[in-house]
Design a protein around this ligand. Structure first.
Ligand code: FRU
Length: 431
């Protein structure tokens, strides 16, 4: 892979991995990457809420935190009275908890007082020795009169989790701070963007098992100055400049990060590499992002999908899984049924949770969802956790092997039902 292609980066930037047009031009729906069709469910996680991007409370080593028998998730939420398309403008972090990974109770808003941003977008939570570090995206500015799209990476620290007979409570007081803003060299600023919009969001805490070093991954864009020769000088393609950013904590303190050059970028390929996260298995680093059909550069045909890359170290030469990068997409008849996947390790398999987005909507893009009558927009929007997708992973190859129920999020030690063909092999099924 042409690791040095990063356009006009500072000269001390290490060689970096790229998702190239050659890879992405091979993207295809195949049996191995299409998730099962999602059917409507009566069992929404909370009828009063739209629920979308979701993440677990995790320990420093990435394992899912278990707190007195509970696992806890944080999700972006908004009142389900709102039209689904409006939810991003008022997103609020709420937590939910479960003692079996199948039935979820709504805890409540994560923050008691004001947070940075006019609303809060995706992030991650570190549960370290009883203390919570809640990383989030501050979108816009608090109390702004007109909604803006500035994005900063923020941290709320100091919260705690308590468990009693009534369940789980996440509580402050929180101390909020802005951790990171784009520097304009490795990471595009709002003033620099030429295309759809810039991104600088979705912080994800990561401790590298090889070195013990502490990092924060995030979604960003690589600056491509006007007149650059990136993408053969094609200004249209240059506007698509997504990257997976990274910051390092020199002290290991989870509050103290410095920007480093991106781990991977997708200049000339895709504008948004969303919610980047890693699964490390047997010394191989699997880097996952979500992306949309409409954020691929002109001339490429992509999908709303989970994409993945593998390297032999955190800062390795990431190669797209399956040759092109696509791991899970939606069926052709329901191309927007799910989005914003989060993959985690589960024994032999990977599990990927996501949210139930628009069903019965098979247009090429989602641009005209808003033209549907309002009751149809509501009826077709899932707004809850999607069925968890099961994925087999073999080196740089993946295969979707089925799905669990809506919002079923087992811990690694909890056994999954055997896929049907394994049942036949094992002789304990009806084959
Ligand atoms: C992905 C995403 C995130 C962002 C959130 C805003 O679903 O675009 O990148 O944090 O949605 O709603």
């Amino acid at each position: 892979m042409d690791g040095n292609r990063g356009p006009d980066g500072p000269s001390d930037a290490p060689a970096r991995a790229a998702w190239m047009r050659d890879h992405a031009s091979e993207l295809r729906r195949e049996d191995s990457n299409v998730a099962p069709v999602i059917y409507p469910t009566d069992e929404r996680i909370d009828d009063e809420l739209h629920v979308w991007d979701t993440w677990f409370l995790r320990e420093r080593d990435g394992s899912i935190a278990e707190i007195d028998g509970y696992r806890v998730i944080v999700a972006l939420t908004a009142s389900s009275d709102l039209l689904p398309g409006k939810r991003h403008d008022v997103a609020t972090l709420r937590y939910f908890y479960s003692d079996d990974g199948e039935n979820w109770e709504t805890g409540g808003p994560v923050f008691d007082g004001e947070a940075f941003g006019s609303r809060q977008w995706a992030g991650s939570v570190l549960y370290d020795d009883g203390t919570l570090y809640c990383y989030y995206t501050a979108a816009g500015r608090a109390r702004e009169k007109e909604l803006s799209y500035s994005q900063r990476i923020a941290l709320a620290e100091g919260g705690a989790v308590t468990v009693d007979d009534d369940g789980v409570t996440v509580d402050g007081p929180w101390e909020h701070s802005i951790l990171l803003e784009p520097d304009g060299e490795w990471y595009e600023t709002e003033a620099q963007y030429r295309g759809m919009t810039y991104t600088f969001r979705d912080p994800w805490f990561f401790e590298d098992p090889a070195s013990g070093e502490t990092y924060l991954l995030f979604e960003a864009n690589t600056p491509v100055p006007e007149g650059s020769d990136a993408c053969g000088g094609d200004a249209g393609q240059q506007e698509f400049n997504g990257s997976v950013g990274v910051a390092h904590s020199p002290t290991g303190n989870p509050t103290d990060f410095e920007l480093r050059p991106p781990l991977l970028d997708a200049v000339c390929v895709n504008q948004e590499l969303e919610r980047p996260h890693l699964v490390v298995r047997q010394g191989r680093y699997y880097l996952f992002v979500s992306s949309h059909v409409h954020t691929f550069a002109p001339g490429l045909e992509g999908y709303d999908a989970l994409y993945g890359f593998v390297a032999d170290g955190l800062r390795g030469d990431y190669e797209p899984l399956n040759g092109h990068g696509m791991v899970v997409t939606n069926p052709a008849g329901a191309p927007f049924q799910a989005y914003s996947w989060l993959a985690y390790d589960h024994g032999d398999e990977l599990l990927a949770t996501s949210f139930f987005n628009y069903r019965e909507y098979d247009r090429p893009t989602m641009d005209d969802v808003a033209l549907l009558p309002e009751d149809e927009q509501r009826r077709r929007f899932g707004g809850t956790l999607a069925p968890t997708v099961r994925i087999e992973l073999d080196g740089a190859e993946t295969r979707v092997v089925g799905a669990l129920d809506h919002g079923h999020l087992p811990l690694p030690r909890e056994e999954l039902p055997k896929p049907w063909w394994k049942r036949a092999e094992g002789g304990d099924g009806d084959g």
